[in-house]
Each structure stands twice: as structure tokens, then as C-alpha cells.
Write a protein that binds this ligand. Structure first.
Ligand code: BGC
Length: 409
């Protein structure tokens, strides 16, 4: 089999501002991490100080041979108060783009990766239709400032994750005292508490999709040729005999409705970590005997190809794998994961699917949201006391694939 990747294929790693920058104090997550009854394992703190160390971090990614870098712009820094934009913050992200370009890395920039400014939550957050307009205004501003340097924009990271959280993880109800305290600290009520992750209703979904569509128009108004897409979290949703109806129902709620909304976009970002098995009674959880990752997911790298095929079937537009990876402290398993996942991408390409790039999650070990720093997804380890970076063997292996544009079998 010919495992060559197409010329111009984007090879990168991905990060998100809040997970790596440190001291993102004006964001809703920072507040949620610090209330007394927090559900976060630990606060994000200095993270890996990427806000200051991005020049050496980007240089390290370039040395590994990547030709692209996916990172996010932090809305809470760019618009610290409703309608007040910080030129200094926009310039910071401008310098990140310049640094990427100086190292021949094409910037793929995400405008929203889970975190929002505090003020937005006090105004109703992601349950309020007014948020769509505010997000579009911010997206236009960022594009006006950085648009010429960007390869592609991901408007909103994982548009479907609030719905997943509501139907799967928070189905038993979230910790009430946490919600009460966080709502108060964010100047809203428990009933109207809607940081992105908590906007899991149909109304929340409609606000998020409207925000994407309005932002796309605002970005195109600034720079019509800039490719724009959203990203979506996709498990390979498998049905066991008798589980087809339940799988299809959940797949509609969690994936298809979002993929259909992306049909007019330039691309869709597919983000995959594992599979899910459905029986008549719903999600069956990991199968006994199948290895599990630090997240409790099945080790299932072939999900990458399967979800690309599904995304193509429903959205029918060009695709990028905007995240794919594994939380593990066994770097040999990380290497095995990437090898198998990339084989499934190569097979999709051989079958004629339009896949334009692949971004490993993540460049560095970082802040894994509510789980804190325990899960390690990085190709590069970070000692958070000294902030020293250490390249892992899996990164060296991926570096060879990237530099030859070919996957050895
Ligand atoms: C998110 C990342 C996260 C990763 C691993 C994705 O859902 O976009 O922010 O760290 O999965 O759990």
C-alpha cells in the first residue's frame, strides 16, 4: 500500500489557550476553578507559561518538522470588557502568528476553545442568542487584526461538547453547591448559568450554531478567501445488535445535527479519541478486556478513520483531523496509537476522502480541564516547576512521518 500523504498536507500539533498559557484570570474557567466547592481537581495556575514561552515552543515544533500549528486566541484577553478590545492582546496573537510563519508553520487558529470572558456569562452566556452576535463581533476583530497571517480558522472548538456533557457526563445533575457558588461568582443565577460547557440544552446548541454561522460571515467579510470551519468531537459510535436505534438517536443528537450545520463551510475539523458501543439500553461503556487510557476511554485508534468516513458521509466537505491523541504515561502506547490512527487516515486518503491535515493532541502535556494536570496527552513533557520541556520518543517518531510525508508500515 502507498502510504504517501498528499503534497501540501498540513502536519501539526494542537493546543488551546487556557490549557497552556497560564493566568487566564479574566475567563469563566478561572473563576470556576477557584470557588470553594470547585469540581476542578486543581486550578490551571501558570499552566505551561506558553503565553511567554511561545517563541521557544514554536521553534521546538518547527525543529520536529511540523508545517502547521493549531492554537487558540483567548476571547477573555482580546475583549476584557463587553465591546472593549485590547490591541496589546491582539498584537500578542499577531506575534505568535509571525513566529509560526518565520518557522514555516502555517497558523490554524481557533477563536473559541471552551473558555469565555467573565462578562459574557453574567449576560446569559451560551444560552442567550445575544452571544452569537457578540462572538461574531469578536471574530471579525480578530480576523481584521490577524487574518492575513492565518491559514484557516476554527470558529468554535467542539460545538457539540455541551450537548455531550448534558446527555452523557452530567446526566445525573452537576454538583449543586458548585453551580450555586460559580453562578454567584460569575454574577448570574444557577438557572441562567451558561458557560460554554454548561450550555447543553437545545437552546444552547442553537446559540452555538448561530454563533458559528454569524462568525463565519464576519470573518468572510474581512477576508473572503480565508477557510473557515467548526470542529466537532466524534467518537466512533458503534451499535451492537439491537442497539441500532439508540445509537442512531444519540448520533443524531451528538454529531449529525452539527455536521449538517457545517455543510456550507470550507472544511470541518474532526476530533477523535475513541469509540462508544451502544446497546438497546444505551452507551455500554468500555468493553471488558480492551485496554483503557488515562481518561477511561478504550484504546481505539482506528476510530480516527471511522469518524472521518462518517463526517464525510454527513457533511460531505473537506476535512482536517484537528485533534487526535491519547492520555497515557506510557509513551510507547502513544506511539502505537499514532501509528494505527495515521494508518486509518492514510487508508481514507487512498479511498479518495478529502482530508487536508492532521493535528496531534497535544503538543505539550497541559491542563486537562476538570482533571487538572494528571492526564498527559503531550508529545513534549513539561516540568511545571522549572517549565523545562522534554521531547518524548513518540514525538521523534511522528517527526519522521511528518518529514518524509509518509507512513512506514
Ligand atoms: C478538547 C481538548 C482536550 C482533549 C482531551 C478535546 O475534547 O478539545 O481541549 O484537552 O479533548 O481530552
Amino acid at each position: 500500500m502507498n502510504n504517501e500523504f498528499p503534497q501540501g498536507f498540513l502536519w501539526g500539533t494542537a493546543t488551546a489557550a487556557h490549557q497552556v498559557e497560564g493566568n487566564n484570570t479574566n475567563s469563566d474557567f478561572w473563576v470556576m476553578e477557584h470557588v470553594p466547592e470547585t469540581v476542578f481537581a486543581e486550578p490551571s495556575g501558570d499552566a505551561i507559561d506558553h503565553y511567554h514561552r511561545y517563541p521557544e515552543d514554536i521553534a521546538m515544533l518547527a525543529e520536529l518538522g511540523f508545517n502547521s500549528y493549531r492554537f487558540s486566541v483567548e476571547w477573555a484577553r482580546v475583549e476584557p470588557e463587553d465591546g472593549r478590545f485590547s490591541t496589546a492582546a491582539l498584537d500578542h496573537y499577531g506575534r505568535m502568528c509571525e513566529t509560526c510563519l518565520a518557522h514555516n508553520l502555517k497558523p490554524v487558529v481557533t477563536y473559541h476553545h471552551f473558555t469565555s470572558p467573565r462578562w459574557l456569562i453574567s449576560q446569559g452566556g451560551w444560552q442567550s442568542m445575544a452571544t452569537a452576535e457578540k462572538f461574531a463581533r469578536y471574530a471579525g476583530k480578530v480576523t481584521e487584526h490577524l487574518g492575513d497571517q492565518i491559514e484557516a480558522v476554527c470558529t468554535i472548538n467542539e460545538v457539540n461538547i455541551p450537548r455531550m456533557a448534558a446527555l452523557m457526563w452530567m446526566a445525573g445533575g452537576e454538583d449543586e453547591s458548585f453551580i450555586r457558588e460559580a453562578a454567584q461568582a460569575l454574577h448570574t443565577t444557577p438557572e441562567q448559568f451558561a458557560p460554554f460547557m454548561f450550555a447543553g440544552t437545545h437552546q444552547g446548541r442553537d446559540v452555538i450554531l448561530a454563533a458559528h454561522h454569524q462568525a463565519r460571515a464576519a470573518i468572510k467579510a474581512e477576508r473572503p478567501s480565508l477557510p473557515v470551519g467548526l470542529t466537532i468531537a466524534m467518537a466512533d459510535m458503534q451499535a451492537l445488535p439491537g442497539g441500532e436505534a439508540e445509537r442512531d438517536r444519540m448520533r443524531w443528537e451528538l454529531q449529525d445535527v452539527f455536521l449538517e450545520a457545517a455543510r456550507a463551510d470550507d472544511f470541518v475539523g474532526v476530533q477523535t479519541y475513541t469509540r462508544e458501543r451502544y446497546g438497546a439500553e444505551g452507551n455500554l461503556g468500555p468493553q471488558e478486556g480492551v485496554e483503557q487510557t488515562q481518561m477511561g476511554y478504550e484504546f481505539w485508534p482506528q476510530a480516527t478513520g471511522a469518524t472521518l468516513r462518517r463526517a464525510y458521509e454527513v457533511a460531505g466537505i473537506p476535512m482536517m483531523v484537528t485533534e487526535n491523541g491519547i492520555g497515557t504515561d506510557d509513551d510507547g502506547r502513544r506511539l502505537a496509537y499514532y501509528q494505527s490512527a495515521l494508518q486509518s487516515v492514510a487508508t481514507c486518503l487512498q479511498d479518495g476522502l478529502d482530508v487536508r491535515g492532521y493535528f496531534a493532541w497535544s503538543a505539550f502535556d497541559n491542563f486537562e480541564w476538570m482533571l487538572g494536570y494528571r492526564p498527559t496527552f503531550g508529545l513534549i513533557a513539561v516540568d511545571r516547576r522549572t517549565q523545562q520541556r522534554t521531547i518524548k520518543p513518540s514525538a521523534r517518531w511522528l517527526s519522521k512521518v511528518v518529514q518524509t510525508n509518509r507512513l512506514e508500515q
